[in-house]
Write a protein that binds this ligand. Structure first.
Ligand SMILES: Cc1cc2nc3c(=O)[nH]c(=O)nc-3n(C[C@H](O)[C@H](O)[C@H](O)COP(=O)(O)OP(=O)(O)OC[C@H]3O[C@@H](n4cnc5c(N)ncnc54)[C@H](O)[C@@H]3O)c2cc1C
Length: 387
């Protein structure tokens, strides 16, 4: 049975000073008021070109990001690798909307595949479709509305970019994960990825889609895709997550008067998460998975499933993934036990990854004054080192 309680293993790569720094940062983030004010101040300060980048870089950026470029992430990649943890470099630049930006991001993703090809500690590449496509366009296609000539050309360029990325991933045998986003653009994303899977997953899973199990229709989708892959002769790759846009999804459904795609409660999301993992383990021949979660029960369950379906710990069809700076107690203990473990390592210029950093800070804000999970573990380890 795997245990995530060993804080000595969890924080073995952190010096005393680094541990103290993490303690103060999580403590700061735990205060909802400070967290909100801090996030807003940072946005304004960067817009006004005030000299705050250094401060952000030494604090929250250092905690949650690998560096401002792929090369600058190398020390972080090496450090994780020392502890048997691999890296997925995630170009976390958000809020870009021009064709020029989309092409620039595509080039960055292609470069990340080349980079992964040369570094044995990077088993996957990753991208978000909204990094290379306009949301309004994806939504129009999702709604099955007719596109005018210009829009059709724009859409063709989106598919072309995605194809270029998947083709390169296939060429270098670097599996590529595509993040899941809001439900009102996800059908468009799914249908493009389905075509990519049919093209590039003939020998093994190269293109991975992401399933958000907080959606009540995703388990059926997994089974439908499994049938399709059997009929058409290709392999499936899926990252399983619970989903990051619950409030937004529910608010939009309510405002626009349609039934929410979100599960009725957390237990239902948890249940479908488990069932999806079980379905994949049962059909491991055709389905490769990556469990993208910080939920200990889910990960313990996957460990149990692997045992009962006789899937070796180092079978590359099963990966465990967490975000850099979060849930080290899970990643380090899994890796220490020999499971394929990866960290999503975000990178990019500080001003562009700020929205990502603010989201992480908000996620670590404490509920009703409780000490956050991360902070509790850090305190536990500081105490342990004193004895
Ligand atoms: C490596 C990695 C990759 C990720 N990639 C993506 C991605 O591509 N797309 C994406 O959307 N997210 C992604 N996420 C974020 C993920 O979806 C979750 O938001 C986050 O990981 C928290 O869920 P959990 O399973 O870790 O933990 P938990 O704390 O167990 O679960 C929290 C989650 O449960 C669900 N939930 C909470 N309350 C309810 C409720 N009342 N009813 C129904 N469901 C509820 C929500 O999804 C919430 O985020 C990723 C996370 C990781 C670690």
């Amino acid at each position: 049975m795997i245990s995530f309680n060993n804080t000595e293993v969890a924080f073995r790569s952190k010096s005393k000073l680094q541990l103290r720094k993490a303690y103060y940062l999580f403590k700061l983030m735990g205060n909802p008021l400070l967290s909100t004010i801090g996030g807003n101040l940072a946005k304004v300060a960067i817009k006004m070109h005030l000299p705050v980048k250094g401060l952000i870089k030494r604090t929250i950026f250092q905690l949650f990001c690998g560096g401002e470029s792929m090369e600058k992430c190398i020390p972080r990649i090496d450090e994780l690798a020392k502890h048997n943890i691999k890296t997925i470099l995630d170009y976390s630049v958000e809020g870009k909307a021009s064709e020029k930006d989309f092409n620039r991001t595509m080039k960055q993703i292609l470069a990340s595949i080349n980079f992964a090809n040369k570094n044995k500690n990077i088993p996957f590449a990753v991208f978000k479709v909204t990094g290379i496509a306009r949301i309004g366009l994806l939504e129009k296609v999702n709604d099955e509305k007719a596109l005018n000539e210009e829009e059709q050309k724009e859409y063709d360029r989106v598919v072309h970019r995605i194809n270029k990325i998947c083709k390169k991933a296939h060429q270098h045998a670097i599996p590529i994960m595509i993040d899941a986003e809001e439900s009102w653009i996800q059908n468009t994303i799914d249908s493009i990825i389905e075509n990519m899977m049919r093209t590039y997953n003939k020998e093994r899973a190269i293109v991975y889609n992401t399933l958000q199990m907080y959606r009540h229709d995703r388990l059926d989708y997994l089974k439908k895709m499994h049938k399709d892959s059997q009929i058409n002769g290709y392999f499936l790759g899926f990252k399983f997550v619970r989903g990051a846009y619950m409030e937004k999804e529910n608010a939009r459904a309510q405002k626009m008067g349609y039934a929410t795609p979100i599960q009725p409660n957390k237990e239902a999301s948890d249940k479908d998460y488990d069932l999806a993992m079980e379905y994949a383990c049962e059909n491991i021949h055709g389905i490769s998975i990556c469990a993208g979660t910080h939920n200990e029960e889910s990960l313990e369950y996957l460990v149990k499933l692997m045992k009962s379906y006789k899937i070796e710990k180092n079978n590359t069809k099963v990966y465990f993934a967490q975000l850099l700076g979060m849930s080290d107690h899970i990643s380090y203990n899994l890796a220490n036990d020999g499971y394929n473990t990866v960290k999503y390592v975000p990178y990019g210029p500080i001003k562009d990854v700020l929205p990502y950093l603010i989201r992480r800070a908000e996620e670590n804000t404490s509920i009703a004054g409780q000490t956050g999970r991360e902070l509790n573990l850090i305190i536990q380890e500081i105490k342990r080192r004193k004895h």
